[in-house]
Design a protein around this ligand. Structure first.
Ligand SMILES: [Zn+2]
Length: 320
């Protein structure tokens, strides 16, 4: 697990199967995933070592009923229909012995499949009627959630619910959102094209505190740190073009255009005014959702100090 934590910068960097295959234990190569199947129990192991969820493109429905339940915990479908299949027994053993499991979460299919690593994950319950297990990701430092079993029967207290929501968000949703968005933009800032992933974020178009601000790739854009902060702070807006067009244009807040300062302001912001985005995803379904962009652009306009001029775009602006 430490190897994975290091290799992925604590779950931030997605791995290909080839990279996952590099793992060895006590001098021998130990596959961490099965070639064909989602649930992997190496020979001689009582408990499952890893489970894998394939990537589902944004415009497709996931093939299995892996989802997050109302309690915030993750549901992972049995393998097949038979609860006593060796792989399902392996997961049950992991539950009984409270053994941690590694979860590989697919975040892209092209050019090669890549997976985020969520570990440790504990199997904390099973729903026989729905033929699925209940998984819970925790942070490396947290103890296994031993009390979950009884809590599942008696219902969760508010504090526990909050803990579950937070850990699922931190361990699963946020890293998955980041990986999907960065891969869709091929590790480039949408605004300036910068291509160094440590300097890139997955920005929400509509913030996640907003109900519409879902952690889906169509509500995300890869941006470098400075452009992400500028976008969130309404220094910079993105104006969607006419309906049906792919036009997405950068706007810099009016008062900033008149300011005189160093090269960051000049090249990093002012000169981008009126320019098209430099990077958008090849895959149509991964591109920014128009309704979300319009909403974000409205907020940008409302926050602009000088909101009087409706035609900033194309207007010659003095920048000396
Ligand atoms: Zn940038």
């Amino acid at each position: 697990m430490e190897w994975l934590t290091m290799r992925t910068d604590d779950g931030q960097i997605p791995l290909s199967r080839e990279e996952i295959g590099d793992f060895s234990f006590r001098g021998a190569r130990l596959p961490l995933v099965d070639r064909m199947r989602g649930i992997w129990r190496p020979a001689g192991w009582a408990a499952t070592l890893s489970v894998l969820t394939k990537y589902t493109p944004p415009d497709k429905k996931p093939p299995y009923n892996d989802e997050v339940g109302e309690d915030g915990l993750i549901r992972y479908a049995w393998m097949g229909e038979d609860g006593n299949h060796a792989n399902n027994v392996g997961l049950r053993n992991a539950m009984e012995t409270r053994s941690p499991v590694i979860w590989f979460v697919g975040v892209s299919a092209q050019p090669v499949p890549r997976y985020n690593v969520v570990c440790p994950v504990y199997v904390v319950g099973e729903e026989w009627h729905n033929k699925r297990f209940i998984l819970m990701p925790v942070t490396m430092d947290d103890a296994p959630p031993v009390e979950i079993g009884s809590a599942m029967e008696h219902g969760f207290r508010e504090l526990e619910k909050r803990y579950i929501r937070r850990s699922v968000k931190q361990r699963l949703h946020q890293p998955r959102f980041r990986s999907e968005v960065l891969l869709a933009y091929e590790n480039h800032c949408a605004i300036c094209n910068l291509a160094h992933s440590p300097l890139l974020d997955a920005a929400h178009i509509v913030p996640d505190r907003d109900e519409a601000g879902v952690a889906q790739v169509s509500n995300g854009m890869a941006m470098c740190k400075i452009h992400h902060a500028a976008f969130d702070g309404y220094f910079l807006g993105i104006r969607p073009g006419r309906a049906g067009s792919n036009e997405l244009r950068v706007e810099i807040r009016q008062d900033l255009l008149a300011e005189v300062d160093g090269p960051m302001l000049r090249h990093g912001l002012q000169e981008l005014h009126g320019r098209d985005l430099m990077k958008i995803p090849r895959q149509r379904a991964a591109r920014p959702d128009r309704a979300l962009l319009e909403r974000a652009y409205e907020s940008f306009r409302a926050a602009s100090v000088d909101d009087a001029d409706p035609g900033i775009l194309g207007t010659a602006t003095s920048r000396d």
